[in-house]
Structures are given as C-alpha cells and as structure tokens.
Ligand binder design. Structure first.
Ligand code: B12
Ligand code: SF4
Length: 502
C-alpha cells in the first residue's frame, strides 16, 4: 500500500504577515521523528511510504496538496502539534476535496491531548491517540479489509450512530521494547534541510535523535508530565549514532529526549560504548538533563564521550515559583549542576520562563539575577503559555482567577514569545519587556560575550552569528532588524532604548 505522512505547513503562522525570526528558526530546525518512526515501521512491513515536511520544505497548503496528489497515496497521515492545528484543519479540508476516497488520519500531540475538539473542528476520518507505529500498521490492515476500525486500539473515529458521533477504541498500550523499533526513515526527506539556531550550531550536518520516551516528572507547565518513561538500551543508541555517522555523515547529534539523563547507569553505558567504538572522535552531541540527576563524574564522562553541551530546565530563580510549578529542584542543586557542567567543559544551557502564574516583577527580576549568577553559556527564555492537558491548565480551570488572566486565546506562533496568560500585577507589555530584558542582560555581559568569542574557531562561526542578527534583535529588542541605536543603547552609551520594547 502507498502511505504518505505529512508534517503540516505553517500557513496560519505565516498569515500573521511577518514570521518572527524565532519561528523561522524553531519550525525548521529538526526533523519530525515521530512521523519518521512510523514511516520506518511501514517500510519494514513492505509498504511504499513518502514523507513531506511541508514547513521545512517551504510548502503552503496548496503546494502540499499538489505533492500529496502526485504521490497517489492510498492513505494520508498528518501529524499536528497544537500550534500547527489551524493549518492542519485547512489542509485536511483541502485534502478531503482533492482526494475524497482516501482515508485521512490525524496523529501527534494535538489530537492526543484534545481528541473531541480536534475531530469536531476537522475533516479527518480517524484520530490516532498516542504512539502511532503499531496503530498505523493496523489502519493499513483496516484499509485492506483485514479488520474493522473497532478492532484498532488507540484511535477515535467517526460514527454518526455513536453518542457525539465519535467512537473511542481501547487505549493502545505504550511501546515497552523500544529497541524493537527500526531507526527513523530519515532517507525519505531531502538531505540537510534542517539548520540549527546559531548558538546550537556546533558542527554540521546535525541530526536529531531520541533515545527515550516520556518523563516521570510532573512540572506544572509541561505536557510530558508523568508520561511513562521508557528508554532504548545503550547499544541501540550507539548503533543509531554509528548509522548516522556512516550513512548520513553526521558530525553533531542533538538527543532531543525530554530527559536524556533520567538514568545515570544508562548514560554511563552510552558514553562507554561511544568511546569503545571511537565515535567520540567522529561526532559531537548534546542532551537534556535535570539538575538533581547529574553529578560531576557523570558530566565528565559525557564530555569525554563527545558531549559538548547539556541543557537544563531551570524555569525560575524564585523558590515560591519553583515550588508552585512542581519543578522539584532547589537553587542550591541548580548551582551545583551548572557549576560542574561548566567546570568539565560542557557549556551548559538553561531554559527559563517568565510569566508563571505566581510570577511578579520582583520574582522575574530575581530569576534574571539568578541566571546571571550561574556559569551558564546560553539561555532560552520563553513566556509561559497554558497548554492543554497540563497540570497548570488544571489549576487555571480550578482557580485561574486567583492568579491572572488570559490576554490572547490563540494557539498560534505567538505563544511562548508573546503573552497569552498574564499574572495579576503585571501588564502584557511588561512581560514582553522583562522577557527581552532577560536576554539583553544575560547576553550583553563581558563574561557571556567572552564565552561565545572563545567558541568562535572559523569564519563559518562568524558568519552564523551575522546571519542570525535578525533573531538576536528580535530576542533582545523585540525588533525585526538590528540597528546601531539598539546596540548603543544595549551597551549603555545611548540611554534607555524605546526600540527595545516598541
Ligand atoms: C524535537 C521536538 C521539536 C523539534 C521537532 C518537532 C517535530 N515536528 O517532531 C522542533 C525543534 C522543530 C520543535 C518545535 C516546536 N515544539 Co517541540 N518538541 C520536540 C520534542 C522534544 C521531541 C519530539 C519527538 O521527536 N518525540 C519522539 C517521537 C517518537 O514521538 P512523537 O513526536 O510523540 O511521535 C509519536 C506520536 O506523537 C505519534 N505521531 C506523531 N506524528 C504523527 C503523525 C501521524 C500521521 C500519526 C498517525 C501519529 C503521529 O506517533 C509517533 C511515534 O510513536 C517534544 C517533547 C517530547 N519529548 O516528545 C517537543 C514538543 C512536541 N514540542 C512542543 C512545542 C510546544 C513546540 C513548539 C511550539 C515550540 C515553540 N515554543 O515554538 C515548536 C512547534 C513546531 C511545529 N512545527 O509545530 C510541545 C508540543 C505541545 C503541543 N501540544 O503541541 C512538546 C510536547 C514539548 C512539551 N513538553 O511541551 N519541537
Ligand atoms: S519539563 Fe522536563 S522534567 Fe518537567 S515534566 Fe516536562 S519533560 Fe519532564
């Protein structure tokens, strides 16, 4: 059977007139691994599979429909996050008109989290809830007449005679033996279309890999909280690294697991195996961790095995906020982990958010000061957004009025970079100003500039910073293009810059 899997275009995002540089980098910097795992599984079972990453390939809805038609698929699957759902809805309608007899399957986070809403608002025939590898194989069987939809676990499908017009089948069991999966079918996408953001661009080509699924923790803002952690064995992980180096010429790998370092023994095992096979000299890598999991010994071993960066979720520098978001970490632990990572040469990067429910101007200022007091090399700062089915959304439903108000209902690209939820005591513009100030205060310091200068080894490194000047001016000044006046203001030679917040 011919099956086409699509990562949707971002027309609704583009419709805002001007795509922010953050979006331009974020939407195109990593392959859709979920889709590629499903594609690999279908190929393994003898099907002809195509993959379109419409956003990364620069296709709009009309262009995507043309590509889909050209493939002549028997089944089309589209995977949508919440931010891309609006375009996915439009794409679904266009595909239904162009290919009326072809079953349209909707998968990935949005339909999994809010299935009633996603199905009610779209023309997809079936929604796949959770992991899609085995469910898609069963759906192919259904299309071939070998089983009914009711016999496919983990889906929602339309049935006018059912209550609400939808039937939910029993949940699909989570995959236990991840090592049985084939590697993601990266060969189905054009080569090297994904470009890392400059501060994450260590060596190219760079590939994303995922070595575990889910997360045992329960941070209030996160959709991965308590999602059942499972991992690949060190051997499988290093086999895949070897495959990426040998078959794709990988020079850098981002392990994009929610929590790569959940299990120290496994990470030591991966490091031992990378070193044993000499891969630590051929490819570098980065990963995520939690501060309370790592120790100096583990971080040093990672460095020896080729890791050049660890990413830590810190989120706030205020104790009450850390408690509220159930981060389960203390400032002391944070300081220890970041200091060790820096000492062993891992160039630590941290994620922060401003606009947590209990945040005030003072707590955000405390967070900025805390970030600056740590030996961090880079930060990513986002504006807190209430995502569906997170513990934070539960709090909002229960007692939201205590904490603040929603100022923008949209789930579009503005989420995370412009306020949607604003705590009482703060104005939306103030949150934006504090967010951009966080970036300016963190980066425009001799110590951070020196750390970045140290990492510049070639003209390519210089060029990537120049190319990203629009990204920096957006993050630092909330402006689309850099200007000399902004820089003068930033370095304190021209008074306070209105451009920064205007
Ligand atoms: C890598 C990653 C990215 C990469 C690649 C994204 C991609 N298209 O895969 C990049 C950097 C581009 C990215 C960007 C963003 N991301 Co992101 N990302 C991740 C991350 C860390 C890993 C995703 C992954 O590869 N998982 C591994 C695969 C195997 O699992 P999977 O994706 O769940 O796929 C399975 C099922 O979902 C399902 N499935 C998936 N697709 C399809 C398609 C079909 C047809 C079917 C049937 C099934 C199906 O089957 C798959 C295999 O079992 C996750 C967190 C996480 N650990 O999962 C966040 C996550 C997915 N990202 C998230 C967000 C919010 C974003 C951004 C909005 C960030 C931002 N601030 O702007 C953007 C939006 C990008 C976009 N185009 O929509 C949220 C999603 C929330 C939501 N409700 O949508 C997550 C869950 C993080 C979080 N904890 O909140 N992201
Ligand atoms: S923020 Fe990180 S540690 Fe917390 S629940 Fe989400 S994935 Fe897990």
């Amino acid at each position: 059977m011919r099956i086409l899997l699509v990562n949707p275009p971002i027309d609704s995002v583009l419709a805002h007139g001007h795509v922010s540089p953050v979006t331009a980098y974020l939407f195109y910097n990593s392959a859709p691994l979920g889709i590629l795992y499903i594609a690999a599984m279908l190929e393994q079972h003898g099907h002809e599979v195509g993959v379109i990453d419409a956003a990364a390939q620069g296709l709009d809805v009309a262009g995507t429909v043309r590509e889909v038609e050209a493939f002549r698929p028997d089944i089309v699957g589209v995977g949508s996050f919440t931010v891309t759902f609006e375009t996915t809805r439009v794409l679904g309608r266009a595909l239904k008109e162009a290919l009326p007899g072809v079953p349209l399957i909707l998968g990935s986070y949005h339909v999994t989290l809010v299935p009633h809403e996603a199905m009610a608002q779209s023309d997809f025939d079936v929604g796949v809830l959770g992991e899609g590898e085995h469910t898609m194989l069963d759906l192919v069987d259904w299309h071939a007449g070998r089983r009914t939809l009711a016999q496919v676990d983990g889906i929602v499908f339309r049935d006018p005679s059912a209550q609400g017009g939808l039937v939910f089948t029993p949940p699909r069991k989570k995959l236990r033996e991840l090592d049985e999966l084939p590697y993601p079918a990266r060969h189905l996408l054009p080569r090297n279309i994904y470009k890392p953001i400059p501060v994450d661009d260590h060596a190219f080509p760079k590939f994303a890999m995922i070595t575990s699924r889910g997360c045992p923790h329960a941070c209030a803002f996160c959709q991965k909280s308590r999602s059942g952690y499972r991992s690949h064995s060190p051997r499988y992980v290093v086999d895949e690294v070897e495959h990426l180096v040998r078959d794709f010429g990988a020079r850098d790998i981002a392990f994009v697991d929610s929590l790569f370092c959940a299990n120290k023994k496994r990470v030591h095992g991966i490091c031992d195996e990378l070193i044993r096979r000499g891969l630590h000299e051929q490819v570098s890598w980065t990963c995520s961790s939690r501060v309370e999991v790592v120790d100096r010994e583990l971080l040093a071993h990672m460095k020896e095995a080729g890791c050049w960066r660890t990413r830590f979720g810190i989120e706030s520098g205020n104790d009450q906020v850390l408690d509220f978001i159930s981060k389960g970490i203390t400032k002391e632990k944070i300081r220890d982990a970041i200091t060790w990572a820096d000492e062993v040469g891992l160039r630590p990067k941290a994620f922060f958010m401003v606009g947590h429910m209990p945040d005030t101007r003072e707590s955000i200022e405390e967070t900025i000061a805390f970030a600056k007091s740590l030996p961090l090399h880079d930060v990513t700062v986002q504006i807190n957004t209430l995502l569906p089915e997170t513990p934070q959304m539960e709090i909002w439903r229960r007692e939201g009025h205590r904490w603040g108000r929603v100022v923008n209902e949209s789930d579009d690209e503005k989420s995370f970079w412009e306020p949607t939820f604003v705590p009482w005591g703060l104005e939306p513009q103030e949150v934006v100003e504090l967010h951009r100030r966080f970036y300016r205060e963190f980066y425009f310091r001799p110590v951070t500039l020196a750390r970045h200068a140290e990492a510049i080894e070639s003209w390519r490194d210089v060029a990537k910073y120049v190319q990203a000047s629009n990204l920096f001016s957006f993050l630092f000044f909330n402006a689309q293009r850099p200007s000399l006046r902004m820089l003068r203001n930033a370095f304190g030679t021209g008074g306070q810059g209105n451009e920064a917040t205007g």
